[in-house]
Design a protein around this ligand. Structure first.
Ligand code: HEC
Length: 146
């Protein structure tokens, strides 16, 4: 058993190195906020790339969305908030759908799939965030959730 655990730990290290640059960690609220700003930027980037018809750029933006959402999912999992973990998973699933579409040639379908991602973002926002009373146009985690 001990041997198995050590082996699993070693594999986790190798895996961590393998995903390297795509790796991002969200362990506190400051990092969570940075991750959200990154998601906002990447979502905007994906839409611009759709408008420009560049599927390669769409895929790059989607990869950022996916790795960032995975880090966000990890934050909520560490805090044992299953509803938010599920919201993050649902958003990742929509990113995967868009990524699959971006491998094809139907740009209208790609555009629709990219737009559809934001509904999953919005579902978590409705349940989990509220305006920051201290900073206009900024948001915080709803009181009582964490
Ligand atoms: C698991 C829940 C969850 C998911 C999924 C989620 N968000 Fe958020 N988001 C939040 C919470 C909570 C806040 C407020 C706290 C913060 O900013 O960290 C927030 C805040 C934001 C903000 C405002 C940041 C600021 O300036 O205060 C943006 C922009 C944002 N999210 C974009 C996105 C986008 C785009 C997606 C989907 C690709 C997404 N979010 C998915 C929970 C989520």
């Amino acid at each position: 058993m001990r041997r198995f655990l050590m082996c699993a730990a070693a594999m986790a290290v190798v895996w961590g190195m393998a995903i390297g640059h795509a790796q991002m960690k969200v362990t506190n609220l400051e990092e969570h906020d940075k991750a959200m700003k990154a998601l906002g930027g990447a979502f905007g980037g994906a839409n611009k790339a759709v408008a420009a018809g560049s599927m390669a750029d769409v895929k790059t933006a989607l990869a950022t969305l996916k790795s960032t959402l995975m880090a966000v999912e990890g934050f909520w999992a560490a805090n044992k908030k299953t509803a938010q973990v599920d919201f993050a998973k649902a958003a990742i699933a929509k990113v995967d759908v868009a990524d699959k579409a971006a491998s094809g040639t139907d740009t209208a379908a790609v555009g629709a799939a990219v737009k559809d991602i934001i509904t999953a973002c919005g579902a978590c926002h409705t349940a989990t965030r509220e305006p920051d009373p201290a900073t206009p146009k900024s948001f915080i985690v709803k009181a009582g959730i964490l």
